[in-house]
Design a protein around this ligand. Structure first.
Ligand code: SF4
Ligand code: SF4
Length: 174
């Protein structure tokens, strides 16, 4: 039967001669291959001391962003949840009360915001669809966990910390 590619090699079935029977040429050939690989760039990394550089388009763990005054940007519009192809985002909206203007930027905010990292495929649609620049995917991994509930990230895990001092500016994530 004709092969589909030209990479196939016919099997050599002729009896071995004396030179081949002592296996020395094959051993030397094998050692040569080993030596060649000794001087090649290693394909492996000595993890965790060394880490592989991220691809410029890597998308990792999400964060919920704050505005320049430290207020939560998310207005619980639900667009990210609708855009999410994995149905990984759950939220509950709440009305901002008088006196909470320093906490939430809009009149509505996410009282509960959860992402199931076991469902998430890190496509970045939530980031792209958010009209408030409230959600970003970072270059961080979701750490390993032995329990499923450890992969449900709540608002307290996702929201970047509130600035501790009033005059400390919030560093917005890109
Ligand atoms: S990255 Fe994609 S799959 Fe993950 S929560 Fe966002 S939209 Fe859903
Ligand atoms: S993260 Fe953005 S898209 Fe999602 S609910 Fe909040 S404001 Fe809307």
């Amino acid at each position: 039967m004709e092969s589909l590619t030209n990479r196939s090699k016919p099997v050599d079935r002729r009896p071995m001669n004396l030179w081949e029977k002592i296996y020395l040429p094959a051993v030397i050939k094998g050692l040569g291959i080993t030596l060649k690989h000794l001087f090649k760039k290693k394909a492996t990394y000595n993890f965790p001391e060394q880490t592989r550089p991220f691809s410029p388009v890597f998308r990792g763990l999400h964060i919920l962003n704050r505005d320049e005054e430290g207020r939560e940007r998310c207005t619980a519009c639900g667009l990210c949840a609708v855009a999410c192809p994995a149905e990984a985002i759950t939220m509950e909206a709440a009305e901002r009360k008088p006196g909470e203007e320093h906490l939430y930027r809009e009149e509505k905010y996410a009282a509960r915001y959860e992402i199931n990292m076991l469902r998430c495929i890190f496509c970045g649609f939530c980031e792209e669809t958010c009209p408030k620049d409230a959600i970003y995917l970072t270059e961080t991994f979701a750490p390993a966990n032995y329990q499923r509930k450890g992969f449900i990230y709540g608002k307290e895990d996702l929201l970047i910390p509130f600035p501790e001092k009033e005059n400390q500016p919030v560093t917005e994530k890109p």
